[in-house]
Design a protein around this ligand. Sequence first.
Ligand code: PEP
Length: 256
Amino acid sequence: MRKPIIAGNWKMNLGRVEEALEFVRQIRSPLYEVENVDRVICPPFTVLAALAEVIQANKIGLGAQNIHWEESGAHTGDISGPMIAALCQYVIIGHSERRAIGGAGESDEAIHKKVQAALNHGLTPIICVGENLTQKEAGETQAFVSGQVRAALTGLDQDQISTCVLAYEPIWAIGTGQAATAVDANSIIGLTIRGTIAETFGESAAQQVRVQYGGSVNVGNIAEYMSMPEIDGALVGGASLKPEFVELVKQASLTS
Ligand code: PEP
């Protein structure tokens, strides 16, 4: 049995300490009470330390939104594994917004190094994969997503893979209100993501790894995703910035 996991990706929002604390004080008590679902919030770096002080880490996980693979050095603007691990339990890696940045985004190779760094420092990576609209329309989704999964996980052993979380996030569904259907997301996650992991790393790793769906998930559609056998939760952007995030997590716990 895989325990579902709902993670809120705040992106570049609620990054001032006062506003982040105010929001977290609203949502933390009801989130503490939810059972059977891991819940995680991933705010901007600027508020990680303040939030680490006010949430109970065994009840709400804290995650960063990026990591550098080196431990220290001349990497202006980056944050390393030891720095993150001092505050957090999770880190989002390879979000499409980071893969894309102005043509200078993160390569599959960089993402792989970040995954390795996260694991080396005891962090759970939430590894994002997903196709864009052109690839979807050209029928390239399976090949593209499978390549991203292989590249991110290459060289890891079965135990390491089973501690990772993957997030299937079709780019055309992120922030657009055009969520993938639960049936389609279930199929890509089962056949393509778990299928690729099974082929490359073995069936046991494929069955143990948790895979979320992400892309316009909200309180109205979370139950449908959670009812799918291959979907183990959600990576949530916009809806994680509002008090409705609590309701979304509760729904996930009821339907998982
Ligand atoms: C995301 O940023 O990972 C995401 C899924 O965003 P949204 O829920 O807003 O589509």
